[in-house]
Design a protein around this ligand. Sequence first.
Ligand SMILES: CC/C=C\CC(=O)SCCNC(=O)CCNC(=O)[C@H](O)C(C)(C)COP(=O)(O)OP(=O)(O)OC[C@H]1O[C@@H](n2cnc3c(N)ncnc32)[C@H](O)[C@@H]1OP(=O)(O)O
Length: 746
Amino acid sequence: MYNLPTNTKKWQFDIFLKKIFKKKTDAPFAQLLINVHPLPLFHVKSPIFLFYSASVRQGIVDSVKRALGDQKVKSVVICGQNGVFCGGADIREFGRQMSGPPLVPMIHDIEAANKPVVAAIEGSALGGGLELALGCHYRISHSKAKLGLPEVTLGLLPAAGGTQRLPRLIGVPAALNLITTGRHVTAAEALQLGILDHVTEHNTVDVAVKFALSVTGESLDGRRISSFSCAPLSDLDSLFEEAMLKVRGAARGAIAPVACVQAVRAAATLPYAQGMEREKELMATLFHSGQARALQYFFFAQRAVGRWSTPSGARWDTSQPRPVRKAAVIGLGTMGRGITVALAQAGLSVVAVETHAKQLMEAKKAVPSMLKRGAVRGGTTIEPDSITYSETVQAVADVDLVIEAVFEDMALKEKVFQQLSIVCKPDTLLCTNTSSLDVDHLASQTRHPELVVGMHFFAPAHVMKLLEVVYGRRSSPAAVATAMQLGKKMGKVSVAVGNCRGFAGNRMLKRYLEQAFFLLEEGATPELVDRALEEFGFPMGVFRMSDLSGLDVGWRVRKADGLADTSLTGTSARVRQGCRYSPLGDLLCEHGRFGQKTGRGWYQYDKPGGRVAKSDPWLHNFLDEYRARHGLVPRCIDQQEVLERCLFVLINEGFQILEEGIAAGPEDIDAIYVFGYGWPRHRGGPMFYADMVGLERVVERLERYHQAHPNVPYLQPSGLLRRLVANGSPPIHKWRNVIKNRNSQL
Ligand SMILES: CC/C=C\CC(=O)SCCNC(=O)CCNC(=O)[C@H](O)C(C)(C)COP(=O)(O)OP(=O)(O)OC[C@H]1O[C@@H](n2cnc3c(N)ncnc32)[C@H](O)[C@@H]1OP(=O)(O)O
């Protein structure tokens, strides 16, 4: 028996080595089972995950060395502990001084071993975990395991030989797909792709040990992936060109996917050793990049939003969600249909109510086909009778939760809430899908205001990942917890926010849109503004996006708010409530230009519903005339000004939202913007971006723009932003302390 270190303290590894003697023979035969302690679990997470830390890597190096040097050991099995092989590197280590043995030589030594090494994969083999498995001579996995090289999602590439071994094992096209998307695959798919040698439903380690015994002494020549050549392909150049176009289109300006393609190309065209050099060089360009920092920040930010809290003291870990088995949706317009589909996809029984017969009939056709398409995409099945349709609100009498999705009109919503309060069970949760109206006011229409929350979905509701869960003054912790949990069940990233006009996302968006209009007044074109934003990384600039969503939506809101009055002339046409206002959007709507749906908006389209935006000479003339009418002399506006004006004002509103406690932390705002508004993930979200740019610079630029436009009060840096700068501009993970201090003084 080996006497190996068995320090079982948390955060440290321990190893145990078992000698397994071959039955019926006298020859001693040993397996090395490397077990590494997982990170401690702080919350209610299970199962336990195993990540490489410096000490874990040291443990593997030491024990493999020992096993390989021991004559009595004939083959080796590497497995994880507590049912998890390895989730890859400990991401938290990346920002610090890296210590401990590097992965590349560790994996190289395993592959070079003259004894068979078998990876017994349970749980996850991700990133460096899969790279370790690729260095082993055989890979055996449990059927429930997930495998993948998700480094690209962290702004990196699989630099422990992953970009060189995987294409050699499964071919260039399949490897390109896995490495550039970072997607996780099931064991079944991994087996089909050729990553795995065997998949079992039984105890993976037992199966691996048995297998390792059976291959003892066999030649390993054909088992070392680094010695393989990539399967030849007829037109390598066009394959890589296509791959490059695809990754550039999928995430504009993201550097990691591009580097991944370049690294795989090296595997396809260079000998292994040179390919490894190229992999290393490319990784060096990524490792300390701002994009890698942003993506790694965002990895943890997404998880942080699940640990929500409200100013009243309700928290994710102390608030008990209610079970929701049956839900109802009121109003089957575009949003209502999407929400119905999302609820059914989450396995709930749904009552879908629409009081207009024609709309109901259309929804009865549309919803099943949306479900069908979703099932084909996701490879799932949906119970066809999980949705019942009704023309009357009485049908929701026995549901656990209702989501109201009627037209965005307060009077109409008030009526619906009054009705629901009478019809529903007293403990039914009443949710509104309003995108900006007052949740407290709607709650006041019901008998149980504590059971009212906002569930603000984003169109298309069955596709978009974001859900803003809006708590009102009287919303109970259980109501918030239930809506948050339901969002998670629907596959959404649920972010808890307070009640204010536009909540967090749309409130910030308003400032961004206003600046875009002002820039047009001052001389910019929609093309120039959109180009700047798209080069920054947004999938669509603000004007193309507005054409897609429909210009009439904002117009209706502005009319309801008494803002859209195009009868005003002279200077008063461009001022509302003492602040600068641009009527450009209202004027366009008055010309019947609602965007894609009418074939005309900020751009022109070949037909109503057309998708390809073309520059429109009419619009440019219209802008020229508008400027002339208002005595505005157009000036040259560069991309930097577009970005600073549009993004810094949005960020400034984000600080205001943090200050008011509408969002609990910067991570909430960043998750909202990445998942709901197309903010490029590799820029981390608006608040992270502010941290990257430097808070002092954001203040300085805002002040300068405010001086130039004193009638735009939102260009004035927010109190929190100034306080953070006064506190020495702490890094983003420390902002909550400054916000907390402020709140406690109040
Ligand atoms: C030098 C470079 C060498 C190698 C490159 C790499 O290996 S890069 C890392 C590659 N690995 C990954 O990207 C895996 C990331 N993790 C996941 O995909 C999921 O966490 C996982 C493992 C599939 C589990 O998912 P699940 O939804 O079940 O749990 P959750 O995501 O909430 O994670 C639980 C807690 O673990 C923390 N965590 C997850 N992965 C890592 C990691 N790689 N390093 C450090 N910590 C990690 C996560 O934040 C959760 O913590 P909590 O405090 O509860 O928020």
